[in-house]
Design a protein around this ligand. Structure first.
Ligand SMILES: [Zn+2]
Length: 115
C-alpha cells in the first residue's frame, strides 16, 4: 500500500540529487578556452572572476564578472565587453554571454579567477 508513494519519493529525491550535482558541476566548470579568451581579449580590464558556463540544449551560457578601474569611462568598459563577447561568440557559436562589470574596489571573487 505504501510502497509506491515511498518508491516515487525515493526516485524524486534521487533525481533532484543527481540533477543538483550535475548542475553545480556544469556551473563551476568554465572550459579552459573560455578562461584563456577572457585573459587574452579583455584588454584594459584588471581581471575577471566567477567565470561560469552552462549548456542548455544547443546554447552555451557564459557568465563572468569583469573588474575594471573605478574611474574607467563607461565608453571604454563597454568597448572591452563587446570585444570579449565577440571573441567568445566566435569560439562558442550561438553562446549567450553575460558580463557583470564591477570596479576594483567592489571585486569579491567567489569562483574561478582569471587575470
Ligand atoms: Zn564579482
Amino acid at each position: 500500500m505504501y510502497a509506491l508513494p515511498a518508491a516515487l519519493d525515493i526516485l524524486s529525491v534521487g533525481y533532484r540529487l543527481v540533477r543538483g550535482s550535475l548542475k553545480r558541476r556544469l556551473d563551476e566548470a568554465a572550459p579552459l578556452e573560455v578562461q584563456q579568451r577572457i585573459s587574452r581579449y579583455a584588454h584594459g580590464a584588471l581581471g575577471a572572476h566567477d567565470v561560469r558556463t552552462r549548456r542548455a540544449g544547443q546554447v552555451t551560457f557564459i557568465e563572468c564578472h569583469l573588474v575594471v578601474p573605478g574611474e574607467m569611462p563607461v565608453e571604454v568598459t563597454h568597448r572591452i565587453c563587446e570585444a570579449l563577447k565577440d571573441s567568445l561568440r566566435r569560439v562558442f557559436q550561438g553562446s549567450l554571454v553575460t558580463i557583470h562589470v564591477e570596479p576594483e574596489s567592489k571585486a569579491n571573487p567567489q569562483g574561478i579567477v582569471v587575470r
